[in-house]
Ligand binder design. Structure first.
Ligand SMILES: *Cc1c(COP(=O)(O)O)cnc(C)c1O
Length: 379
């Protein structure tokens, strides 16, 4: 479909002004995207860690096209084509027991929160400062950032926040009413904040000791982003529930939770009209096939990134990179864009790079060089 030329006017007249943006992207292949004016960019944002297989990967496009021509929707009143296959794949990769699908990351976390509440009979949660879990009411209740959370108080469930990376603080925050602890293995929106080694293992031990559920929000870190299928696999632990979304279906809207033995929704306890639909599942299966192929290369690409930014205050895990820039982060983002590279400013002046996992070593070199030049030109 031809896109509209007057997109700026249409947005300002008819669309709620919740975003600030000025580029319209109209086409993508691999790690490149083209805007409405015909300029091409190297995309190190990838829809914020979504397009891990690159833009419009042929295998993903084919899976979506073929399934769209067969059956687009049927409702969960019926068995859904590909749903069981996708669930089996996720269960096998995760080492957990059963999956349930959603349409987004926030909705995956809603599911995790509901599951924790209904199976424990408890109502409260512990989460981390600077953590991000989504914008729906329950996921927002566990999201820390005051600016996005406080306008919506009172929120449910009750959630207490502790400093990230401090397992002892979690122990102290758990009460007899705590159903679960919800944590990101690496904080993405905060600017790629990596906790101390053994943090997740300590949190796991504390949750076992206190008999509360450990919910890992891997919406951003999951499906190969950190070089393993799930970030918790670096620490050789398992959560009780893991939530997924961003990288799971190459940009086709989808989320999921996977939970351990004995943690499942029973009849009528949860559901969704669209979740786990046939096209989403087909897109996800094709995505997993591609990620399986590129996963062994992520560590090397990660090291290449690490080396390129070693002069800066940088955090790297897999293809998740955070560089502390400070107040001039937006200017660096703009300077990169002028040099045809898309990067993203996350919270606290942290430049965030979450490129497609299929990025080539030449593209990494080119991107890193532009970013280095941009930082030097601005800072
Ligand atoms: C993006 C993100 C979410 C929210 O996902 P949506 O699909 O935008 O609802 C939740 N948790 C984490 C860690 C995220 O990065």
């Amino acid at each position: 479909m031809k896109y509209e030329d007057n997109y700026r006017e249409l947005e300002s007249s008819y669309y709620m002004p919740a975003f600030s943006r000025d580029l319209m992207l109209v086409k993508g292949t691999g790690c490149n995207v083209t805007d409405a004016e015909g300029r091409t960019y190297l995309d190190l944002v990838a829809g914020i860690a979504v397009c891990s297989t690159g833009h419009c990967h042929p295998k993903v496009v084919q899976a979506i096209q073929e399934q769209a021509a067969e059956l687009i929707h049927c409702s969960n009143l019926y068995y859904v084509p590909h749903q069981g296959t996708l669930a089996k794949r996720l269960v096998e990769y995760s080492g957990l027991k059963k999956a349930f699908f959603s349409n987004s990351g926030a909705e995956a976390n809603e599911g995790a929160i509901k599951l924790a509440r209904i199976r424990t009979g408890k109502t409260e949660f512990v989460a981390c400062e600077d953590g991000f879990h989504g914008r729906t009411m329950a996921s927002l209740a566990c999201t820390h950032k005051p600016a996005i959370r406080e306008p919506f108080l009172p929120l449910n469930p009750r959630c207490s926040f502790v400093p990230y990376g401090d397992a002892h603080a979690i122990r102290k925050a758990i009460t007899k009413d705590t159903a679960g602890v919800i944590v990101e293995p690496v904080q993405g929106e905060a600017g790629v904040i990596i906790p101390p080694k053994d943090y997740l293992r300590e949190v796991r031990e504390i949750c076992d000791e206190k008999d509360v559920l450990l919910i890992l929000d891997e919406v951003q870190t999951g499906i190969g982003r950190t070089g393993k299928w799930f970030a918790y696999q670096h620490e050789k632990i398992q959560p009780d529930i893991v939530s997924l979304a961003k990288g799971i279906a190459s940009g086709f809207p989808m989320g999921a939770i996977i939970a351990r033995d004995d943690l499942e929704f029973l009849k009528s306890e949860h559901g969704s009209t669209f979740a786990g639909g046939p096209v989403a599942c087909a897109a996800a299966i094709a995505t997993l096939d591609v990620v399986e192929e590129v996963l062994p290369s992520v560590e090397e690409k990660s090291n290449q990134m690490k080396k390129a930014f070693s002069a800066y205050d940088t955090r790297v895990t897999g293809l998740m990179v955070g560089i502390t820039i400070g107040d001039s982060c937006p200017a660096v983002q703009q300077a990169c864009r002028e040099r045809s590279v898309l990067v993203n400013c996350a919270a606290h002046g942290n430049l965030r790079l979450v490129p497609p996992l299929v990025i080539s070593s030449e593209e990494i070199d080119r991107g890193c060089e532009v970013i280095d030049t941009a930082i030097k030109s601005v800072c």
